[in-house]
Design a protein around this ligand. Structure first.
Ligand code: MF3
Ligand code: CO
Length: 252
């Protein structure tokens, strides 16, 4: 069942969205070669605690951390660990969700370790195209548009650039639970699926691979990696449908 949130509910979701933004902002600023993904977990954990919010991820289906940190060929749900030390030229996707006052926020970004200049041009392009595909999708988050318009916007931007779309994981509705209806695939047909209405809130999260779209599961049963070992990128925002157009709750 799709939920339609009142303005008062959207204000609460805005508050949790801004907490997620601030956590990711702090991580973006401190990521550097030599840090482990566990160091990032600790930064995120402290920041969430300080905000008064609670992690949406820790304990979710047994997930052990507040952050997903997915490095290079890891697509999503990388579990932070002291053993994974970041090096210049790595890319790390940072995915964080919180619940504040009963309402959820969820966002992800992919960061170049050691700066953009440390990346080969093709990987830099992967990050740019993935973020642009999210932005293109967000433009369709308006009353009267179809969910297929949102999905297809991601697909068109990604496939025009020659990259591939992960199909095993999708975006989702979000509100009083982390995952609500509808599912938000990163591929689709314009004009199809549910009509968007004021008060709907979507977490849109393209996961884009440089090579094959095939993914494999690691033995930890969380970390998804690309089947060919090529790099993957992931960006996510929580976005509300309003009369005035898309309201990106996880960005100031
Ligand atoms: N952003 C991801 C999602 O919405 C992160 C989930 S991680 C989990 O599915 F630990 F909460 F499962
Ligand atoms: Co999500």
């Amino acid at each position: 069942m799709i939920h339609y949130r009142t303005p008062a509910e959207l204000d609460k979701m805005r508050r949790s969205g801004l907490v997620v933004y601030q956590v990711l902002q702090q991580l973006r600023e401190c990521v550097q070669p030599g840090m482990s993904t566990w160091d990032l977990e600790e930064v995120a954990d402290k920041a969430i605690r300080k905000s008064g919010a609670v992690s949406a991820f820790r304990g979710y289906r047994g997930y052990p951390c507040v952050l997903c940190a997915s490095v290079n060929d890891e697509v999503v749900h990388g579990i932070p660990t002291r053993k994974r030390v970041l090096r210049s030229g790595d890319v790390v996707s940072l995915d964080c969700g919180v619940v504040l006052d009963g309402y959820y926020g969820d966002s992800a970004t992919t960061v170049a370790v050691g700066g953009e200049d440390a990346l080969p041009p093709a990987v830099r392009n992967l990050l740019r195209v993935t973020e642009e595909s999210l932005q293109a999708a967000i433009e369709h988050v308006r009353p009267g548009q179809y969910l297929g318009d949102v999905s297809s916007a991601v697909q068109q931007r990604v496939e025009a650039a020659g990259f591939s779309i992960v199909r095993e994981f999708v975006g989702h509705g979000i509100g009083t639970h982390l995952h609500e209806d509808p599912q938000v695939p990163n591929y689709g047909v314009p004009g199809q699926g549910p009509r968007l209405k004021e008060g709907m809130v979507l977490a849109i999260e393209p996961m884009v691979n440089q090579g094959t779209n095939e993914v494999r599961m690691m033995p930890d049963n969380w970390t998804a990696v690309t089947a060919d070992g090529a790099f993957s990128a992931h960006f996510e925002h929580t976005v509300a449908v309003t009369r005035e157009g898309p309201w990106i709750l996880t960005r100031p």
